[in-house]
Design a protein around this ligand. Structure first.
Ligand code: FES
Length: 118
């Protein structure tokens, strides 16, 4: 398995008590189950990834690439993450990130996934 979606649910992302939008962790887990993604695309709900000011943050990881996404505030944003995972699970080389997420990309230093999943 070389693809992964890392969704931050740390000190800021998803913290509604801080006035931030919710991260629909349970809905994402349900979607992974429903779409049978568990064996092809890892879903990681992480602690703080660093760029808190971009809340809510996510990283789409493939073997050779990482795409940082921020300001995910609508259900449609998270549904688009599921769509990307479904597409990438079918080993489609032409998979692009869904259009609704294009303006949410930002640059950040590469994520060391081993620090996140330990
Ligand atoms: S809490 Fe998500 S980047 Fe810090």
């Amino acid at each position: 398995m070389s693809s992964r979606v890392v969704v931050c649910s740390g000190c800021c992302c998803g913290r509604v008590e801080k006035g931030h939008s919710e991260v629909p962790v349970d809905a994402l887990k349900d979607a992974w189950e429903k779409n049978n993604l568990k064996n092809s695309v890892e879903l990681t709900i992480s602690g703080c990834l660093g760029p808190c000011k971009m809340h809510n943050v996510c990283v789409l990881m493939t073997e050779n690439n990482q795409i940082w996404l921020g300001e995910l505030r609508e259900n449609a944003h998270f549904e688009a993450l599921v769509k990307w995972a479904c597409d990438i699970s079918k080993n489609r080389p032409e998979v692009k990130i869904p259009e609704i997420l294009l303006t949410h990309q930002f640059n950040h230093k590469p994520l060391d996934i081993y620090k996140v999943i330990q």
